[in-house]
Design a protein around this ligand. Structure first.
Ligand SMILES: Nc1ncnc2c1ncn2[C@@H]1O[C@H](COP(=O)(O)OP(=O)(O)OP(=O)(O)O)[C@@H](O)[C@H]1O
Ligand SMILES: [Mg+2]
Length: 271
């Protein structure tokens, strides 16, 4: 099996297009051009990671796709519609654990399905919750509260909750950044397995080159500010991927190439 977008339930209306994006901020009278003519596409059912120097505008791009921020130039489209605000068809997972402390794990996963935009009958909600408790290895913690969970488990709840509403696209901003190395690898494997069975259109932001390669069909490398796309790298490594995949010559070569690209961007930025 290859990690391609073919065998999935995504349709053309799930394509994410960043088209000529420009964005600046003004602070204390200073003009900061963050993004400048930045364009790339996430095809339906594809998992695309975005890497780039700190402060280059990754979160800003994700926030535009989520509808939390708008571009000054260009547009973000999902399918044929220009994104002009948040919508339940786009699930977001943040870097910080954004789950409700007063709800149990099961209720957190169910939450989106109880809102008007995504409301499902009770029996169906129960099935969905069970499915994601299983997928994320949280069966024994259905009735636990977030404070009783480790960081990795909380992030699994956040991911389960995002998937549970059956969003057209998933937007994830460094969801594993706060985790230790072992937990992080395990989480990558879980997310990879989930992606293989669910085939969502996914945009994933990370600082980790290894994480980007392991999870993705393609990796978008952003330049330093003012930011555009430096290179888009295909990850033609067959799926399912495992711990051994990380040691394969193909993986190691891709990692070397991406690290080199990032290094050259950081050097240019310091100059
Ligand atoms: N609301 C805002 N007002 C002013 N400046 C902002 C605002 N949001 C972001 N910026 C600036 O825009 C730039 C890009 O920010 P952004 O958070 O998108 O970067 P990033 O690539 O996600 O960085 P990191 O890798 O550190 O998470 C930064 O220089 C930041 O200071
Ligand atoms: Mg960020």
């Amino acid at each position: 099996m290859t990690l391609t977008a073919e065998a999935n339930h995504a349709t053309a209306s799930d394509r994410i297009v960043f088209d000529g994006i420009g964005k600046h901020y003004t602070r204390d009278g200073d003009h900061l051009q963050v993004l400048d003519d930045c364009s790339f596409t996430v095809e339906p059912g594809e998992f695309v990671s975005v890497i780039g120097p700190s402060g280059c505008g990754k979160t800003t791009l994700l926030n535009m796709a989520a509808g939390f921020t708008s571009p000054d130039d260009g547009s973000v489209r999902v399918g044929s519609a220009v994104v002009d605000g948040p919508h339940p068809s786009r699930g977001v997972v943040f870097q910080q654990y954004a789950i409700f402390g007063w709800l149990t794990v099961a209720k957190n996963i169910e939450y989106g399905l109880t809102l008007r935009a995504n409301r499902r009958p009770k029996a169906e909600r129960k099935d969905v919750v069970q499915r994601y408790l299983d997928l994320m290895g949280l069966e024994r913690f259905a009735s636990a509260y977030p404070k009783e969970l480790s960081g990795g488990m909380r992030q699994r709840v956040a991911i389960a909750r995002a998937y549970a509403t059956d969003p057209r696209v998933l937007l994830m901003d460094e969801p594993f950044a706060a985790l230790d190395a072992q937990t992080r690898e395990r989480m990558q494997e879980l997310l990879h397995e989930t992606q293989l069975s669910e085939r969502r259109t996914a945009l994933f932001i990370t600082h980790s080159v290894e994480e980007a390669i392991f999870l993705s069909n393609r990796v978008v490398v952003l330049s330093a500010r003012p930011t555009d796309v430096r290179e888009v790298v295909d990850v033609a490594i067959p799926a399912p991927r495992s711990a051994e995949t990380r040691l394969s010559p193909q993986f190691v070569e891709l990692r070397r190439h991406l690290e080199e690209l990032l290094r050259s961007e950081s050097v240019e930025r310091v100059r």
